[in-house]
Ligand binder design. Sequence first.
Ligand code: NAD
Length: 484
Amino acid sequence: MKRSPEFQHSVRQYINGRWETGVTTGRSINPSDLRETVAEYARADRNQTDLAVRAAADALRAWSLTTPQRRADALDQIGSEILARRDELGLLLAREEGKTLPEAVAEAARAGQIFKFFAGEALRVGGESIASLRPGVHVDVSREPVGVVALIAPWNLPLAIPAWKIAPALACGNALVFKPSELVPACGWALADIISRAALPAGTFNLVMGSGREVGQALAEHPLVDAVSFTGSAANGQRVLLATAARRAKVQLEMGGKNPLVVLADADLELAVDCAVQGAYFSTGQRCTASSRLIVEAPVHDAFVARLKQRIASLKVGHALEPGVDIGPVADGRQLQKNLDAIAAAGEEGAEHVWGGEQLQRPSEGHYLSPALFLAKPAHRIAREEVFGPVACVLRADDADHALALANDTPFGLCAGICTNSLRHAMHFRRHARVGMTMVNLPTAGIDYHVPFGGRKASSYGPREQGRHAAGFYSILKTGYLRA
Ligand code: NAD
């Protein structure tokens, strides 16, 4: 069903198979047009969160004993509905989070494909059979659900990230409580609405919305929550880590990045500029994998900067629903201020301003920011701290070894890219970049959903997300010995 852009959702929690009002209500606002409320949503408190966790705990046995076929059918049905409604869901996403409409529709399609992928994985949750050291004894290793899992998601990929947590959790037979970010409740609700039609046993899937400090923290601390999968900022990831470690719950954290894109002197410069533009500025730079550090070898430094400046000057910033817009608005006022503060700090620390970083006026009042580029030194904050906006800096490297050293000179370790025509340099970089994902002649942002996703150092903690390796988090190994 096609909705008019002005449609306002009234969004409730989904607990134990019923739609529930909250203790208070909140609103999500369209960052492209601040006059427009996208959703009024029910906000839970600790008590309502507790009800959702208890509902999941009660439902766990029924769902964990379902057949793989039953789980596969449910996930396939969810994936089919998301794919069939990708345009409508993309429109909602673009209005609530501010991605351009084509980016948002692609994300909705991605969410559907993820459910389809895990429909297949539900059939392949397997184990192994191994010869025992002892005669007459049989050993097998099987996977069982972890139990009740809490899934805490950020706002920047409001359909895809929940999909890549919810789908493997259900495929592996867990019951769950999902908490979306306060900025994107309608996207969370839209997924819950679709999942509610898959006839899961009541309580298997629950949606609670509200503040991270209250609802998120309550989930991380709840004694009946066996595992927490969190994606968000490093500071909140640390809080979740402490709360879960204190009670020995399983935990998976995906946090920030300060991803380098290295450009060597032998690179195809046009391709390198393309990778930088896509990686640093598309999706308004609001991607954990954004290429916010462009490390360029000295012989091509000036030519690269000149071409990049020319390209970003031609990018169109505007309303997420306007055709031809390359960069939508920043997601909210707090995030915009964070970007502006980082831009001001870059200037104060002596980074050389190349382009952008100004607030823009558009026909509708929104959080518009022109893409910003600086020439920085490795010690500058703009080269070290995650901004999470359309802001990038260029660092000059003496040679390939220096470029690799600069790439690794960060507390983060999510993704690292290199543009080069040398196989030797590419393979060396792949081996020695201290990250979870590497890219050669590709933007650092833009990943496949059927392979592991995650990083090292301050970017990630715990088992990988996505692909068949997701089962490593959402299941527990049991070893059985048997003498017939
Ligand atoms: P955030 O940390 O503010 O919020 C993330 C989620 O955690 C929200 O649902 C929030 O309500 C909840 N939360 C907040 N405080 C909490 C607490 N004390 N306990 C439990 N939950 C709490 O992050 P954000 O602003 O929504 O997202 C941006 C961040 O997410 C960036 O740092 C970005 O790099 C990161 N991110 C990482 C990945 C990845 O996979 N590595 C992907 C996307 C975004």
